[in-house]
Design a protein around this ligand. Sequence first.
Ligand code: OSB
Ligand code: MG
Length: 369
Amino acid sequence: MRLERVEVRQLGLPLLQPFETSFSRQTRKEFLLLTVSADGISGFGECVAERDPYYLPETNGTVVQILRDFLVPLAFGVDLAHPRDLLPALARVRGHEMAKAALEMAVWELWARREGVPLHRLLGGRGGSILAGVSVGLQADVGALLERVDAEAAAGYRRIKIKIKPGRDLDLVRALRARFPALPLMVDANSAYTLHDLPLLRELDAYDLMMVEQPLGWDDILDHSALQRGMRTPLCLDESIRSSEDARLALELGACRIINIKAGRVGGFAASLAVHDLCRARGVPVWCGGMLESGIGRLANVHLQTLPGFTLPGDTAASSRYFEEDLVDPPVVVSADGLIGVPEKPGLGHEIVWPRVERATRSLESFSA
Ligand code: OSB
Ligand code: MG
C-alpha cells in the first residue's frame, strides 16, 4: 500500500476541569489529528504532543514541521506490506517520536479498516474489556483532593493515580491513606525531584503505593536505578522511556520495575509492541498511560492495552471526565465496576463525529503524494 494523502489538523477542545501537574496547569487540550488516505480509505491518528515542551521536548509546532518537511515525504516514498514497515522507513529522522507515532498510528488504523478488523486484532490483542484507572491532577487543597478521589473511587476506577510535586507530596499521600486504607493508589511526579530528595522519597515506602512514577529527570535512567535500589516501592518510568532501547537499558540497570507505555511517546504501535514484548519476556508489568486524549487517541489506547502484558489498570478514563462533548460517538464509558468495553467494529470502532471535529479545528494542512 502507498499512502496518497496526509491531512494534519490543529484542534482545540476546552477541558471540563483544569489539569495540574508538577510541570503545568492545562485548561484546554490543543492537539493534532492526522488523517492518512489510500485506496479510498482513511485512517486516523491523534498526536500526544502538547502546545508547550514541558512534558517532553516535542510540541505541536515541532510535530507539524517534522511531518511536513521530513516524515510525510518519507512515508509517501514507501510501499507498505504491513504497518510495522513504516517506523523503520522513518528511522533516518532521529527522535521526534510523537510526530512519528501520530503518522504510524494513523496507518495502523487505516490498515485495520481496510482489513475490516478492530485495531486490537491487528495489534495482536483480544476483545472483551480493559481495567480503567484514573489520573487525578493537583487540587487546590487536601480537602478538594479527598473529595475528588472519593468520587473517582465511587465511579469504579480500579486504581487512582495522583500527581505530586515538592511540597505537595507526603501530606497528600498520608491524608489519602488515612481515608482510603485499601485503595489501589500510586503517585506521579513528572520529573519534579532529584536524588537529593532520597530521604523524602523513601518515606513514601510507608504508604503501600503500587508504584512511584517518574520521580527524577525526564531523560534520566542512572539516578532512577540508584533510587530504586534505595526504595521498596516499585518505580515506574514514563518520560524516560522513548524507545524499546530505553526500556532495555532501564531494565538492565534496575531503574524501574514497571513501565508506562504511551504509544505516542515511544514512536507508535510497533515500538509499543516492542516495549511490551521485552517487558513480558522479563516478567515486568506494563500499563497504558494517557495524555488527556480525545476519544480518538483514547480508543487507540483501549485497543493497545488488550495485549497480554498490560496487567495493570492504565490512565484510560471516561470521555466525560475530560470533555463536554467528545469527538467520537459513542463516547468512551466506564462501567460501575471499572471496565471499558473493547470495540469490535473495524479500526478504532467508534464513529468520529465530523461536525464536532470541524468546530474544534483551528487550522488544516494537507499533503499529497
Ligand atoms: O505523566 O502521565 C502523565 C497528562 C499529560 C501529560 C503527562 C501525563 C498526563 C496524565 C494524564 O497523567 C492521564 C490522562 O488522564 O490521560
Ligand atoms: Mg506520567
